[in-house]
Design a protein around this ligand. Structure first.
Ligand SMILES: [Zn+2]
Length: 420
């Protein structure tokens, strides 16, 4: 994994922008305190064992439902609040443990943050929420929904900028950028590229024929989620019992998310350490995802997106290439002769084997797809994005992913990924 580097510059927002920033800082702080309050309540009730990631998630969701103002915060800022809470809470329990083992440690419950202790908001780079612009000789920081302000860039940033944190300290404002791999990782010689397909029968299939099984917990959780979905649907709208069922359902979701995060961290670690030198994956478009009503598939799609962001980040940090390719027909195309199945000839969800009527190729459907993905990735790199349909991937989505990746936590799964 590459290193993270932080750069700190003074910024000069005018009165109007200061107000905007301050509002968001106060909001973030209110959210932090609100969730912490609930955690404390639980703790006092002696239910400390129940406060886990899922509980935090639930409290976060409830807080947002109660106060829509929190939606004004970027999800990354909310995520950051979340991670801070988890960290504070984990530290608290570490201190409790140390005390038990006779260490002379002060055990204080995580403190409520007052304005001067909580003073930052976070922005992701990849959705264009901020940028640096030059106007004549002045550097300007543009932040979405806040505006532009002068920034004192006294040094050059190196590496890929991942996040911006705006911080207030004693009435002064600062922009802190995190960048990965200031001293760019040595580019890995691309001698062993691999295509990865999100499998139907497997969690993923690789173009070298390896497959990674879906962990068992997916199946178990699917059943429970399906059960609670039915119960919610059955109960009367607006009733208390329906609300209870909804909460149960949310809990199951959070649970599967935590477990799958853990699984995917292990899997992405394994992949970047397995001797591959670059990765090609298919891009899932959101519309397709939503159209798909099969529960199992929607759970897996959600996981897949998180998996892509983990893998791309880890691959980039290690100096390996990472591309996404269009997903169209990766399943229906023969990777040997290129013919594409049409109409009633198409593979259905039930078909596990790809049989090419043109050239006679017979192989696992997911592996065939992953080989197509690899091919498209290679072609795309060769064309250097000439047609714009293949894009280089710069780690997806949630900007706090850097923080998230470093704060390895979640509920550990029993099942580590195994290659077959
Ligand atoms: Zn063929």
């Amino acid at each position: 994994m590459g290193s993270l580097k932080a750069y700190r510059f003074r910024i000069y927002p005018d009165a109007k922008r200061q107000k905007e920033i301050n509002q968001r800082i106060i909001l973030a702080q209110r959210l932090y305190n609100k969730i912490l309050e609930r955690v404390k309540e639980e703790y006092r009730k002696g239910e400390k064992s129940k406060v886990n990631m899922a509980t935090f998630n639930k409290y976060m969701q409830e807080s947002i439902n109660e106060d829509k103002d929190f939606l004004k915060l970027y999800s990354q800022t909310r995520q950051e609040v979340f991670m801070r809470l988890i960290k504070a809470y984990a530290n608290f329990f570490r201190r409790v443990k140390e005390k038990k083992h006779g260490k002379n440690t002060k055990v204080g419950f995580p403190r409520f943050k007052s304005i001067d202790r909580y003073y930052s908001i976070v922005y992701p780079q990849d959705n264009g929420s901020f940028s640096i612009e030059k106007e004549r000789k002045t550097d300007l920081l543009r932040v979405s929904r806040i505006g532009r302000m002068k920034i004192d860039m006294h040094r050059q940033m190196e590496g890929t900028v991942k996040t911006l944190t705006i911080k207030k300290e004693c009435r002064k404002y600062y922009a802190i950028f995190t960048a990965t791999n200031g001293n760019n990782p040595t580019e890995v010689n691309d001698i062993n590229p691999v295509g990865i397909d999100m499998g139907l029968n497997n969690f993923v299939a690789l173009s070298d024929g390896k497959t990674i099984q879906k962990p068992k917990f997916f199946k178990q959780k699917e059943k429970r989620i399906a059960k609670w979905q039915r119960i919610v649907a059955r109960r009367k709208k607006g009733s208390k019992r329906r609300q209870t069922a909804k909460e149960k359902l949310q809990k199951e979701w959070n649970n599967v998310t935590n477990q799958s995060n853990d699984f995917m961290h292990k899997l992405s670690d394994k992949l970047v350490n397995e001797g591959y030198t670059s990765f090609a994956v298919e891009s899932l478009n959101i519309q397709n995802m939503e159209k798909n009503h099969r529960l199992a598939q929607s759970i897996q799609n959600a996981s897949w997106n998180r998996f892509i962001s983990m893998l791309s980040y880890k691959a980039e940090s290690a100096g390996m290439g990472f591309v996404t390719v269009p997903a169209k027909d990766t399943t229906q195309e023969c990777n040997r002769c290129g013919s594409v199945k049409k109409d009633k000839d198409k593979l259905t969800l039930e078909d596990r084997i790809y049989n090419c009527s043109a050239c006679g190729l017979t192989m696992d459907r997911d592996v065939n797809a992953s080989m197509n993905i690899l091919k498209r990735g290679r072609a795309g790199l060769a064309r250097t994005n000439a047609q714009g349909d293949i894009c280089l991937y710069h780690s997806t989505g949630r900007a706090s992913s850097v923080e998230e990746l470093r704060t390895y936590s979640a509920v550990p799964t029993e099942e580590a990924p195994t290659f077959r």
